[in-house]
Design a protein around this ligand. Structure first.
Ligand code: FES
Length: 357
């Protein structure tokens, strides 16, 4: 079985913010009706603390006693709804056993368009901010006897939460933690504190080694039955996937911060009919554009966030018909089954598509 995790994001460089999903308000965007906006929770910033050069850990707690933070599973992320209209997603690095608090890591992206730079410049202890409920597209397979992780810089955040969970389960794990320098290694101390019989930690700092980590050599010490997880910059993810394929390691899970390239042919032109089963409505739309645009124009209630096919917020069940999948969330087999789609980037392939909306 070839398992590709349905989630996480990776960055194009270690300076890239790991925001899983990011949606900036763009001029000319069709604005969603109020009913389309996702339900949010009001959180208070409990603490902001530096955890590496250009990286802060932000602990969020309910803003008032009537706000409940739902439990989350290891690998989850939340969206931050910033006052400047942007929505940015960040992985939770704290233990899923810790209730009433979500801790996230935020890297100040050198090419930030106002997301991570706003957070670093403005967000402080005591502030309130709207957040989404946790969502998990990068789930830990808790049945695996041994789990192997490769983290690139800020990519450690969801993996640390997974390692917490494996410790609770008494399972063995190994991690290769790569960064440009020790000073640019968020949560390294927290990781090293957990090292022991159940967890082996191998670090690779490019400035000390004067080379990049040999991912294939690291992976070659493990077995096909193990589960392998990688979160980091895109070149690292590409190297990880290539190494796993070459070594015949089938259980791989990656999280992408940015959408993967799609080399497929453009969708067929013409129109198709989209039936919305719950409301009984029917829309005749173009086949060469992502479905979300038409759903928002028709004021259909649907959650969305990144609009890049990476966060999973807009996942919609398909009841009949075939989608032209363009996302980086669903695995190959999930796409082939046509049981769900990400309408923010995916389109209609069949003449008729019935959705659970
Ligand atoms: S809005 Fe993020 S996958 Fe569709």
């Amino acid at each position: 079985m070839y398992t590709t995790s349905r989630a996480a994001m990776s960055a194009s460089s270690q300076q890239t913010n790991p925001s899983i999903a990011s949606r900036a308000v763009k001029e000319g965007d069709p604005r969603p009706p109020a009913s389309a906006l996702p339900a949010t929770l009001l959180a208070r910033v409990h603490s902001v603390r530096p955890i590496a050069e250009g990286v802060v850990s932000i602990a969020l707690r309910p803003a008032s006693p009537d706000v409940g933070f739902p439990a989350f599973t290891a690998g989850s992320h939340i969206d931050l709804h910033l006052p400047n209209g942007m929505v940015r997603s960040y992985s939770i690095h704290s233990s899923s056993g810790e209730s009433g608090q979500y801790s996230i890591g935020v890297l100040r992206d050198r090419s930030s368009r106002g997301g991570s730079s706003w957070i670093h410049s403005h967000l402080k202890t005591g502030d309130t901010i709207r957040i989404s409920k946790p969502r998990n597209n990068f789930a830990l397979d808790e049945s695996a006897q041994r789990s192997v992780f490769i983290a690139g810089g800020i990519g450690i955040t969801p993996l640390l939460s997974m390692i917490h969970r494996l410790r609770q389960l008494g399972r063995n794990a190994h991690i290769l933690y790569c960064a440009r320098a020790r000073t640019q290694s968020p949560l390294l101390d927290a990781l090293l504190e957990m090292a022991g019989d159940q967890l082996t930690v191998q670090c690779h700092f490019s400035d000390e080694a004067r080379s990049n980590a040999d991912i294939k050599a690291f992976l070659s010490g493990f077995a096909a039955a193990d589960h392998f997880y990688c979160c980091g910059p895109s070149p690292m993810l590409d190297a990880f996937e290539a190494a796993c394929e070459a070594l015949g390691l089938p259980h791989i899970h990656v999280e992408r911060f940015r959408a993967a390239e799609h080399g497929e042919q453009p969708a067929a032109g013409g129109q198709c009919v989209v039936e919305l089963a719950r409301s009984g409505r029917s829309l005749t739309i173009r086949r060469d554009k992502p479905l979300l645009k038409f759903l928002l124009e028709a004021e259909v209630e649907i959650e969305y966030s990144c609009e890049e096919g990476v966060c999973g917020a807009c996942e919609t069940r398909i009841l009949a018909g075939e989608a032209d999948h363009r996302d980086s969330v669903l695995s190959k087999s999930q796409k082939a089954s046509n049981s769900a789609m990400m309408p923010c980037v995916s389109r209609c392939r069949s003449d008729r598509l019935v959705l659970d909306l």
